[in-house]
Design a protein around this ligand. Structure first.
Ligand SMILES: [Zn+2]
Length: 190
């Protein structure tokens, strides 16, 4: 993986204020959401470390940079791994919709306040109605995608990373051939 791609990821994560200890999970999120929505076939050839989909020609995983010879391949993504990405997706959308709803509630309360107690032109129903539409839109945007989206991203990513950490621990417990190191990073090809 290139240094530039890595820095870009770091910047993106910095915006929401949470830096995942497993950067490849963010790279996989959209791919896994496609898989969850059944927009891509369930079966295929996946990285044995991170379960990213591989091309035939790959000798190194494009998501986690594991050597395929070392990490091996699997034909399907485990259900608990898919669930981790689903938790991340659902948490974020819950916060976005919840935030947008809160914005609309605030605009509605302001509408009622203006119509009931607004002095002069502020109390005119047309002014209150314009505020309801315009303010409702702005507040829904502010509390939804902007504020809710960030909070949901952080919470969702933490929950996803916790499930992934448990998956890694369970995968590495059986005696035999551990496919990865304990720290959650693929072995670098030697
Ligand atoms: Zn991988």
């Amino acid at each position: 993986m290139g240094g530039t791609a890595r820095n870009k990821d770091r910047e993106l994560r910095g915006i929401a204020g949470y830096e995942s200890p497993y950067p490849y999970l963010d790279r996989l999120q959209l791919k896994m959401e496609e898989r969850l929505a059944h927009r891509v076939p369930a079966a295929g050839r996946f990285c044995g470390f991170c379960y990213g989909r591989l091309r035939e020609s790959d000798s190194e995983c494009g998501f986690c940079a594991a050597s395929i010879a070392e990490a091996g391949t699997v034909a399907e993504i485990p259900q608990d791994v898919l669930r981790a990405y689903k938790v991340r997706q659902k948490t974020e959308s819950r916060w976005v919709y919840g935030g947008a709803f809160a914005g609309l509630v605030i605009a509605s309360l302001a509408f009622v306040t203006m119509v009931t107690w607004g002095p002069g032109p502020l109390g005119h129903p047309a002014a209150a109605f314009a505020m309801l539409i315009g303010g409702g839109y702005l507040l829904a945007q502010l509390f939804g995608p902007l504020i809710g989206g960030q909070a949901g991203y952080r919470r969702g990513a933490r929950a996803r990373d916790a499930i992934w950490a448990r998956h890694l621990a369970a995968r590495e417990t059986p005696a035999g051939n551990p496919v990865a190191q304990q720290d959650g990073h693929p072995r670098s090809p030697s």
